[in-house]
Design a protein around this ligand. Structure first.
Ligand code: ATP
Ligand code: MG
Length: 456
């Protein structure tokens, strides 16, 4: 008898919950995609295949996030992320070539026609006891329904669900209206959501720069306030998002946001970046200065689909600090090579406390820095092998940028450009002229040093 009572009361409770859930359910707009100029033709064939298969099997299947946002802004999406109510194992079962990846939060990679489509299951914000002492959400890995999935997303413009078969866009948070206003709006309480996951600060900067969106002033203030929390996020996540910013084709704009919100010290806590800008108390990169020019060139290359080198980007970012340390070491009378080596090792040890580098990039940075030393060597085989070095074009680019820091004369840059392009007999000629000059400089320097020593 008692048992039945408990059963009855729990059924009653469930019914009550369901009844109130009807009222709690978020209102959403289901907009006909044709009225938004969105057609399924914009979706890649493999993504369409996945959605069709999901829906035919009775599951939901939506394109969500960046792809919908980008398509509505007439920007080519990087990829098509799909969400569904099917659990990973149920998704995997539907496709011949699919793999469940991720240990904590499992998603499915479906491989079709050379494309990898990421399919995730609706999840919800897990609010029970899953925060660290700074308020950062540690786990976000509980399956949920679409209403819950919307709530865990970061921005209103990232929470649009496109069903290309029903030709509808579900908009729970006025994302379309914010897109029309070209404004970044966080879902929920901005401060809480930034504390919960400080990486969102970098995401906002990245998206605002890439898509030319407005970050309202009060949101900027919150981002600035939450900047110190970036020190506690896992370095792999931070590095990932920063790298995306650097290769977005809008790195200059993004970097200026970082300076404007004074986030640079939290991103690279052990290292002053932009020492020059700091000295002047400036909140943007100096127009046509060292970093400004480097990032502008980088953006131009990305936008023209040219190859870029991450090692080069890192070297430029940290060059000022490396060079400062190199000069410190030089004063203690060690060779230029050793001073440079020590400086690079020390600076990169510091950065890698907070930033994740792939070994190959670290090796690339070292090489680029060591090559800088060789631009002042005009003896032996060094100049010949330098210009044949695989990284010579990048090294020369850095050498040229250093003119902006008054470390290098434009004349030297022009000399090396000409030298690299000249036939061997002209090279020899150029070198002997240079050796004479360098010989004079060397003897003057030696005499000066001796004189200094004698006073002591
Ligand atoms: P991009 O064009 O750079 O891929 P994106 O918005 O698609 O931008 P993704 O990292 O691919 O970025 O994320 C896909 C979607 O997942 C986002 O649009 C957003 O809805 C959600 N998302 C990603 N990261 C977060 C986060 N840190 N907090 C909340 N939601 C997130
Ligand atoms: Mg994406």
């Amino acid at each position: 008898m008692q048992k039945i009572k408990v059963g009855q009361s729990s059924i009653f409770l469930i019914m009550l919950k369901k009844f109130f859930a009807i009222f709690n359910k978020r209102e959403f707009l289901a907009i006909k995609s044709s009225t938004l100029n969105l057609t399924r033709k914009a979706i890649s064939n493999p993504a369409m295949t996945v959605i069709k298969k999901l829906q035919k099997s009775g599951w939901d299947g939506f394109i969500v996030g960046g792809a919908v946002r980008d398509l509505l802004l007439n920007v080519k999406p990087k990829d098509f992320d799909i969400v569904t109510n099917a659990k990973p194992a149920e998704v995997k079962e539907l496709f011949n070539r699919a793999r469940i990846i991720g240990r904590r939060f499992r998603i499915v990679h479906v491989y079709i026609g050379g494309e990898t489509i990421e399919v995730s299951t609706f999840r919800k914000r897990n609010i029970a006891n899953e925060y660290d002492r700074h308020g950062r959400l540690l786990r976000d890995n509980v399956f949920g329904n679409i209403e819950e999935d919307v709530e865990r997303r970061d921005l209103t413009i990232n929470s649009l669900y496109y069903d290309p078969i029903a030709e509808k866009v579900l908009d729970y948070h006025n994302g379309i209206s914010d897109l029309n206003k070209r404004e970044i709006v966080i879902i929920g309480n901005s401060r809480k959501r930034l504390i919960e996951d400080p990486i969102r600060i970098i995401r906002i900067i990245r998206l605002a720069s890439k898509l030319n969106l407005l970050i309202p002033n009060n949101l900027k203030k919150e981002m600035k306030k939450g900047g110190n929390l970036l020190q506690n996020v896992p370095k792999a996540r931070l590095s990932d998002d920063l790298l995306k910013l650097f290769v977005s084709g809008r790195s200059l704009k993004g970097f200026n946001y970082i300076l404007e919100m004074e986030l640079q010290d939290f991103i690279f806590p052990n290292l002053g970046v932009c020492l020059m800008e700091k000295k002047k108390g400036s909140k943007t990169l100096t127009k046509n200065g060292f970093l400004y020019t480097a990032l502008k060139n980088l953006d131009e290359r990305v936008n023209r689909n040219k190859k870029i080198s991450l090692s080069f980007i890192f070297t430029v970012l940290f060059w000022e600090k490396i060079n400062e340390r190199r000069t410190d070491f030089l004063n203690s009378e060690i060779s230029e090579y050793v001073a440079m080596q020590k400086a690079v090792n020390e600076v990169f040890y510091d950065i890698s406390q907070n930033f994740y580098f792939q070994r190959k990039h670290l090796a690339g940075v070292k090489e680029l820095c060591m090559l800088q030393v060789r631009f002042s060597k005009f003896f032996g085989k060094s100049p010949f092998s330098l210009v044949k070095h695989l990284r010579f074009p990048s090294a020369l680019k850095l050498f040229e940028l250093r003119v902006k820091l008054n470390e290098v004369e434009m004349e030297s840059v022009m000399w090396w450009k000409e030298f690299s392009l000249s036939p061997d007999n002209k090279k020899a000629c150029m070198l002997s002229t240079m050796k004479n000059k360098a010989g004079i400089y060397k003897s003057v320097r030696r005499r000066k040093r001796k004189k200094k020593g004698s006073i002591n």
